[in-house]
Design a protein around this ligand. Structure first.
Ligand SMILES: Cc1ncc(C[n+]2csc(CCOP(=O)(O)OP(=O)(O)O)c2C)c(N)n1
Ligand SMILES: [Mg+2]
Length: 687
């Protein structure tokens, strides 16, 4: 009897998933079992992906948005023989994932963790698990794909023509995030984007009838998508036909609604929520294997020839395409050396030579400028020298000052995918996820909104940090200093919560020149996201002939103003708009004969990365009289002022009034800082 190796491969994916979850005594078996034929059809007959080089820039992207079905992806990576990539983007030849990893599913150090993790397992294109994120991230990949094609494809040279696929489930569809992202994708006519929706009508609590009765097809038609249906997830031919239709569609994204049965083949838990998130149980595993015609007492069985077959199906096509692409790229390099160089630098997250040559320097000015405005100026300079720096705002570019205004910057629109000004619309969460997808595709993205609305994109921000993506988030209107818009718009707890995200760099510059230095620092950070926190209101541009150099920004905190003689007896620590208040207080204290120091601390995160010696130089451990000033939650400041210090911060929401009145009401004045410093000095803080 001729063995159908495709059928065997599908069953291998199913049984590996069942066995891995059973052995781990935790995980999600039902969905990989149901979707094995869908994913297998995509990978074996369509995906343009070379397992030998999983970071080839023109590979098709595959996103498993229902990340709980991770065993589906791990099985494919294992069977296709995907190679591991190291942190330097080298491919030493080890497998991305071994059968041993799969046997240690969900255990410490296994390359098969509970949910797919970018950077940890090669071949995983983005971290998924928080529902909705994967599909929304795929929209960012599809945006970047269009932009790359517009910029780099030239007559006779197609450098970028990859497709972006995402598999998702009911959970993804219910999350508002996917709706924002799908709306944007439809509007932008991202025709190289295809979502495969696992319409199994089951979520954790039971049938989707409990909470979900909308017509998804109609919704997506309304978004401007091409919607296709496949009535049976086991019908690989129909899935293949739908994928062919997707590839022929050139004016809109495609949604393939696939009806499936969770835990297909399991005699007792098929179609039940019980198959979602717990092992089937030994007996049920055996019974299901019997149904599949599989030896029921064998575990982690991979029949002879299956790996070779899958690796051949995926890799045969992928290798040929990659070789052809690489040869084409050599021709491209010969005719367009500059563009080829850009692509290569982008892949390694490097910057063009001379990228910071034209950065401005602002003259001292008592009236000064808002840091959002200084930032807008700097961004425009940088974007001229870094062609792949692109982004936009969630309908707030006039307020966030994030528009690229130079000739040729252009707008990214449905009929022009070459522009560099994106319009995310009022969709902050999708913006966050789209930025992640763009960054994963190696362009350098930025997004912008008001700091208070950073909460709306927090789910995506957290993933930027988890994936160590150099996404730039520009958050303006950063405090009660925004004035009249009042407490709904005045952030209080946001800074503390952003600082709590591991690896996210917070930067809150104090004046125009600190803003320049903040951008210089940001551009050189290649790992991990940044929140650049900017003022709406004007801030004095400090006279740097009198005060410390703004280059200290890159170290997170630095001595801005010091005592003229001896050691400081009190330290005033400020960030952003409060630094100039500290400077004014410093003048007054010095005139009284007190020996104050002002430390500008634009970034806790960067300061914590400095050697202890530097940190002790800036904040000498024996100076315990310290005042921290920040128009935000006090949470965390005791870390820098210690038990003897004072914190001038927000303890309530703000108020709607002109800036001066709000600042006075909440005590953000030089007088109050002077008073606090005097008290500490007079009180003789314990040594
Ligand atoms: C944002 C978010 N909320 C909740 C969860 C917890 N969760 C994981 S899977 C799931 C149900 C998902 O249902 P569906 O997508 O239909 O998955 P299926 O069981 O069909 O595979 C939930 C609520 C999550 N992972 N992410
Ligand atoms: Mg479901």
């Amino acid at each position: 009897m001729a063995l159908d190796l495709d059928e065997l491969a599908v069953t291998t994916i199913r049984t590996l998933s069942m066995d891995a979850v059973q052995k781990a005594a935790s995980g999600h078996p039902g969905t990989p079992m149901a979707l094995a034929p869908v994913a297998y059809e995509l990978w074996s007959n369509h995906l343009r992906f070379d397992p030998a080089d999983p970071i080839w820039p023109n590979r098709d992207r595959f996103v498993l948005s229902n990340g709980h079905a991770s065993m589906l992806l791990y099985s494919l990576l294992y069977l296709a023989g995907v190679k591991a990539v190291d942190r330097d983007y080298e491919i030493p030849g080890d497998p991305a994932i071994t059968l041993d990893d799969i046997e240690k599913f969900r255990q410490l150090d296994s390359k098969a963790p509970g949910h797919p993790e970018y950077r940890w397992t090669s071949g995983v294109e983005t971290t998924t698990g928080p529902l909705g994120q994967g599909v929304a991230t795929s929209v960012g990949m599809a945006i970047a794909r269009e932009w790359l094609a517009e910029r780099y494809n030239r007559d006779g040279h197609t450098v970028f023509d990859f497709d972006v696929y995402a598999i998702c489930g009911d959970g993804d569809m219910m999350e508002g995030l996917s709706g924002e992202a799908a709306s944007l994708a439809g509007h932008l006519r991202l025709s190289h984007l295809c979502w495969l929706y696992d319409n199994n009508r089951i979520t954790i609590e039971g049938h989707t009838e409990l909470a979900f009765s909308e017509d998804v097809v109609v919704r997506f038609l309304g978004f401007g998508w091409n919607v296709l249906r496949v009535g049976d997830a086991n019908d690989r031919e129909r899935i293949g036909a739908a994928l062919e239709t997707f590839k022929r569609t050139s004016d809109r994204p495609t949604l393939v609604v696939v009806d499936s049965h969770i835990a297909w083949g399991s005699p007792h838990v098929q179609d039940s929520e019980k198959a979602h998130g717990e092992p089937l149980g030994e007996d049920e595993v055996r019974a299901t294997k019997r149904f599949y015609g599989w030896p029921e007492d064998e575990h982690f069985r991979v029949p002879a020839g299956v790996r070779e077959h899958v690796a051949g199906r995926v890799g045969g096509r992928g290798r040929e395409l990659r070789y052809a692409w690489e040869a084409g790229f050599e021709d491209f390099r010969a005719t367009h050396p500059g563009l080829a160089d850009e692509i290569e630098r982008m892949q390694r997250r490097e910057l063009p030579d001379g990228w910071d040559d034209d950065l401005p320097e602002f003259p001292a000015d008592a009236t000064g400028t808002a840091t959002r405005s200084a930032s807008g100026e700097v961004l425009n300079v940088l974007a001229r020298s870094v062609p792949w720096l692109l982004g936009g705002a969630a309908d707030l570019y006039p307020s966030t000052k994030t528009r690229l205004t130079f000739d040729g910057a252009g707008d990214f629109e449905p009929d022009d995918h070459g522009g560099r000004n994106l319009h995310f619309g009022i969709r902050e969460h999708a913006m966050g996820a789209v930025l992640n997808g763009m960054s994963l595709t190696k362009v350098r993205p930025y997004g912008a909104t008001f700091l208070t609305f950073s909460d709306y994109e927090r789910g995506a921000l957290r993933l930027s940090a988890l994936m160590e993506l150099p996404v730039i988030q520009i958050f303006t209107h950063d405090s009660i200093g925004l004035g009249e818009d009042g407490p709904t718009h005045q952030p209080v707890e946001q800074l503390a919560s952003l600082r709590a995200i591991p690896g996210l760099v917070d930067l809150r510059p104090a004046d125009a020149n600190e803003t320049v230095e903040a951008w210089r620092t940001i551009m050189e950070l290649h790992r991990g996201p940044v929140a650049l926190v900017l003022s709406r209101q004007s801030l004095p541009t400090l006279d740097r002939t009198r005060y410390g150099s703004p280059s200290g920004v890159s170290r997170g905190a630095y001595v801005l103003a010091d005592t003229s003689e001896g050691d400081p007896e009190v330290i005033l620590i400020g960030t952003g708009s409060e630094v100039s208040l500290c400077v004014a207080a410093h003048e007054e204290l010095a005139a009284e004969g007190v020996r104050p120091r002002v430390v500008s601390m634009p970034s806790w995160e960067l300061f914590e990365r400095q050697p202890e010696a530097y940190r002790d130089e800036v904040l000498p451990p024996d100076v315990l009289a310290r005042v921290a000033v920040e128009e935000a939650s006090a949470l965390g400041w005791d870390r820098y002022v210690g038990p003897a210090g004072k914190i001038i911060a927000m303890h309530t929401f703000g108020a709607s009034a002109p800036l001066k009145d709000v600042a006075g009401k909440f005590g953000f004045t030089p007088e109050r800082i002077v008073e606090a410093a005097r008290e500490l000095v007079a009180g003789g803080t314990p040594a």
